[in-house]
Design a binder for this molecule. Structure first.
Ligand SMILES: Cc1cc2nc3c(=O)[nH]c(=O)nc-3n(C[C@H](O)[C@H](O)[C@H](O)COP(=O)(O)OP(=O)(O)OC[C@H]3O[C@@H](n4cnc5c(N)ncnc54)[C@H](O)[C@@H]3O)c2cc1C
Length: 324
């Protein structure tokens, strides 16, 4: 059957503004845009892109993206393939399988309700499980990969599924093999241990409050923009200059360096750096990707000049040149 007949059920949109689906609310149009809710839809969407000879880009909740004002000449596929299932291994361990388009918060809530520990510190990170695995999302010393056993992926060349063990995923700080191989994450399996419900709920509540203060409701941002720096990777002469309190969970925070070069509170063309956090770049409402990019680049250079450290974006730049 020709591809245009097979994909008739999918609702492809033309020139769809990506500012609609990024938490930063910035981004020009995608040539084509489609939301998929099943793996079959996903494969059909990819086949459609191939048949039209246009590239495709899989996204989750758009909470870690800076998309250029010109948009992308691609099919953007928004992954909403969701579902969670669990089963008891020999007690007290439980395994949980999650489809990649599931909201990370749904997984965190599910784990807490089922008294399973290991994901509760990821509470209130917006985004999908697929996006979190792609970037090895983490917070407060916990990461999505800590209790992950395996990932089912779609090989984009053969359109067949493959299994990656935790080790195969090459997880690192905000990094995974999927940033290189561009395989599509379909499902992740976790092995969680029975936890202390009261302790988990306390942790969850505390973190929710901290996040509420840092990211008030309605804030237009992609989370922290730059990655922190793993302290042990820094040369001794640089490390010696850093006050120990600036190193958190073994990382020198990008915010501390940005603060030293006066980033806090700066504002240009609708993009503001938070008064209270130098690594938080916010769209005040009229911001553009260009203004965001230029501001980020200016502060990358200032940090480089003062500390000799090249900051790397944590946020994925779409159709924009590398910052350095
Ligand atoms: C207010 C706020 C707070 C945040 N706090 C944190 C935090 O504490 N810690 C943290 O780590 N992050 C944080 N983030 C960033 C972001 O929420 C995470 O990186 C999140 O995991 C991204 O998921 P997503 O579904 O939104 O991915 P998207 O932004 O949609 O995509 C990000 C990247 O993942 C790729 N991708 C998405 N889904 C798939 C898939 N199924 N297969 C293959 N590739 C895929 C995309 O191609 C893209 O390159 C925050 C963001 C915001 C807005």
């Amino acid at each position: 059957m020709p591809i245009w007949q097979k994909t008739i059920m999918l609702n492809f949109k033309d020139s769809y503004s990506l500012s609609n689906i990024t938490t930063l609310q910035i981004g020009g149009p995608a040539k084509k845009f489609v939301t998929v809710k099943t793996e079959k839809d996903l494969i059909e969407a990819i086949e459609y892109a191939v048949s039209q000879k246009i590239p495709y880009l899989i996204i989750g909740a758009g909470s870690n993206l800076l998309v250029s004002d010109e948009g992308v000449n691609s099919l953007v596929i928004k992954n909403e393939i969701s579902g969670i299932s669990t089963w008891e291994e020999p007690k007290p361990i439980s395994q949980v399988s999650v489809k990649s388009g599931t909201k990370l918060q749904d997984l965190v809530d599910y784990a807490i309700i089922h008294n399973l520990a290991g994901l509760q510190k990821l509470t209130k990170i917006p985004g999908t499980v697929g996006g979190a695995v792609y970037g090895n999302a983490g917070a407060y010393g916990q990461t999505i990969s800590d209790h992950l056993i395996s990932v089912t992926v779609l090989n984009p060349h053969s359109l067949t599924t493959e299994q990656f063990s935790n080790k195969d995923c090459n997880f690192g700080y905000r990094n995974s093999i999927f940033k290189k191989n561009k395989y599509i994450i379909l499902e992740a399996k976790f092995q969680l241990e029975k936890g202390d419900l009261e302790k988990m709920q306390m942790e969850e509540k505390e973190i929710t409050w901290k996040r509420f203060v840092k990211y008030p409701p309605g804030i237009k941002c992609p989370g922290s923009f730059f990655k922190n720096i793993i302290a042990e990777t820094l040369p001794k002469e640089i490390l010696d200059k850093i006050p120990p309190e600036k190193i958190v969970y073994g990382k020198l925070t990008a915010g501390a360096l940005l603060e030293e070069v006066g980033a806090k509170g700066q504002s240009v063309d609708g993009i503001k750096i938070a008064d209270y956090h130098a690594n938080l770049f916010i769209n005040s409402g009229t911001g553009t990707a260009k203004a965001f990019y230029n501001l980020a680049k200016a502060y990358t250079q200032k940090v480089k000049e003062k500390f000799g450290i090249t900051l790397e974006p944590e946020v994925q730049l779409i159709n924009l040149p590398p910052l350095r």
